[in-house]
Design a protein around this ligand. Structure first.
Ligand code: MG
Length: 235
């Protein structure tokens, strides 16, 4: 399988710093294996930036499966906090995909997401580790209540907070024409899935797809940092 990818990260309209990190930073094309990753740092803007960057660097530098990569990201953040106690409390989400042949392996902690667009329809591949997801799946709130809910930003699992973290993994067989999206919540808190589907399906290239999503989040208010990685699986 041949892959084409583009990534984009934007501070948004409200925040002073961008605490998200993305991998790879340069757009490109190749036969794979390809690793793409999005991380959304927490803990104040210096610490958040450190955590998301460290997690992605460690995940990219590690061998092994996607769960091992996410664990390496966790270990790197935990180790840095031990060295620099002033960074205590920093953490990060991490959602990554390793694409090899026609197989996509996804590793995931937090509320960044992976989606797959196939034949024009969008499917979310990951489940958020968030208070909103817990309340939604328990039937205690509706999707309409999420945008204004006081706990809408609360995540229930993150890297960097403990030596061990539970990692979700998802395996997906790719088909030619598939378009994969990884994104931080700065996209999904601003732009609904129907609009994401429409923008992804309508974009002629991965670059156009990535930037049209960032533009849409900014047009909707850009309340958070916005980071996306888009990969096309070709024949
Ligand atoms: Mg965010």
């Amino acid at each position: 399988m041949r892959f084409r990818w583009a990534t984009a990260s934007h501070v948004g309209q409200v925040r002073e710093a961008n605490e998200d990190s993305v991998h790879p930073e340069a757009d490109g094309a190749g036969d794979g294996p390809l690793l793409v990753a999005v991380a959304d740092g927490l803990g104040g803007h210096v610490a958040g930036e450190v955590a998301s960057r460290l997690a992605i660097q460690a995940a990219a530098a590690t061998g092994g499966d996607v769960a091992a990569r996410v664990q390496a990201g966790n270990a790197a953040v935990v180790a840095r906090v031990r060295e620099q106690p002033e960074l205590a409390g920093m953490g990060t989400t991490l959602t990554l995909a390793e694409l090899t042949g026609n197989e996509a392996a996804i590793g995931h902690v937090g509320d960044s997401r992976a989606y797959l667009l196939r034949s024009g329809s969008l499917r979310q591949l990951t489940t958020d580790h968030s208070k909103m997801e817990e309340l939604l799946s328990a039937g205690l709130i509706t999707h309409d209540e999420v945008p204004t809910h006081p706990q809408r930003a609360m995540i229930t699992r993150a890297l960097g907070l403990a030596p061990d973290v539970e990692v979700d993994t998802v395996a997906e067989r790719l088909e030619p024409g598939d378009r994969l999206l990884l994104c931080s919540d700065g996209l999904t808190s601003m732009v609904d899935d129907a609009t994401i589907e429409q923008l992804l399906a309508g974009a002629a290239s991965v670059e156009e797809a990535a930037w049209s999503l960032v533009d849409a989040a900014n047009a909707a208010g850009g309340a958070d940092n916005i980071t996306v990685a888009v990969v096309d699986a070709g024949p």
